[in-house]
Design a protein around this ligand. Structure first.
Ligand SMILES: [Zn+2]
Length: 218
C-alpha cells in the first residue's frame, strides 16, 4: 500500500510540504501531488492534517456512474509514446531570469549598458545539469490524449488509475464524478482516485486521441 500511496505523492520540491508524503484526515489516508489524489481507508502511520487542506477537492459529490475496463485504459496508456525529458536547474548566472546586464567600455571613454540574453543558458533561464551529470527521464508525450466519457486526460494521470486498479486487483473502475473542466473521481476497489482532465487542447493534440468506451454489461 505504501508504494501505491507514494506513486501519488509529489516529487517536485517546489510544491507544498504536505504533497510529498501520504497524510491522514479522519478515517482516511490520502496521497496527492496536487493533480491526482488517492483516498484509501486509514493506514495509521501518517501525519494528521486538517480537512481544510482538501477544501474544494475532496469529498466529491457523485454525479455519474459509468464503468470502464482497466485493460482498455491500460492499452490506451501503453499506446502513448514515451519521450525523453531532461531535468533542468535554474541558471546559476541569471538566476532564471534569462537576461543579464552587460557593460561595455567604449574607446572614447563612454560606457554602454544593456540587458541581453544570458550567455550561459542562451536566454532560457534554465541550464541542464550537463556539468554535474544530467538526468534524463522518460515521460508520457503530452500531445497524446485519452478520452473517457466527455473528458480528455493525459496518459500520466490515467496511468495512476491503472496502478491503483492493479493494486486492488480489479478489472473495472467506476467513474463517480465527471466534469470537462473539473476533477473526475473514480472508484477503484476500496479507493477513490481523483484526476484532472486536460483543460486546453490545440488542434495538433486533437489528432492524437484514443477513446476508451464505457463498459456496458449485457
Ligand atoms: Zn542564464
Amino acid at each position: 500500500m505504501k508504494e501505491l500511496l507514494m506513486a501519488f505523492a509529489s516529487t517536485d520540491n517546489t510544491r507544498s510540504d504536505f504533497l510529498h508524503a501520504p497524510f491522514n484526515i479522519g478515517e482516511h489516508t490520502f496521497s496527492t501531488n496536487g493533480y491526482t489524489l488517492i483516498c484509501v481507508e486509514k493506514q495509521g502511520e501518517y501525519n494528521e492534517v486538517p480537512i481544510e487542506k482538501l477544501k474544494g477537492v475532496w469529498p466529491v459529490e457523485p454525479n455519474c456512474n459509468k464503468s470502464y475496463s482497466v485493460e482498455a485504459i491500460r492499452q490506451a496508456v501503453n499506446a502513448c509514446p514515451l519521450i525523453n525529458e531532461t531535468e533542468c536547474d535554474e541558471c546559476y548566472e541569471c538566476d532564471g531570469a534569462g537576461e543579464v546586464e552587460w557593460d561595455y567600455d567604449g574607446k572614447k571613454g563612454k560606457q554602454y549598458h544593456q540587458e541581453f540574453e544570458c550567455p550561459c543558458c542562451d536566454g532560457t533561464g534554465e541550464i541542464n545539469t550537463r556539468l554535474t551529470g544530467r538526468r534524463i527521464f522518460k515521460k508520457y508525450d503530452d500531445a497524446f490524449h485519452i478520452v473517457l466519457n466527455d473528458s480528455v486526460f493525459g496518459a500520466e494521470y490515467l496511468n495512476h488509475i491503472v496502478l491503483a486498479a492493479d493494486f486492488f486487483a480489479t478489472t473495472e473502475v467506476t467513474l463517480l464524478a465527471e466534469g470537462k473542466a473539473a476533477r473526475n473521481c473514480f472508484k477503484i476497489g476500496n479507493a477513490e482516485v481523483i484526476i484532472m482532465p486536460v483543460l486546453h487542447q490545440d488542434d495538433e493534440t486533437k489528432a492524437a486521441m484514443t477513446v476508451v468506451p464505457e463498459l456496458t454489461h449485457a
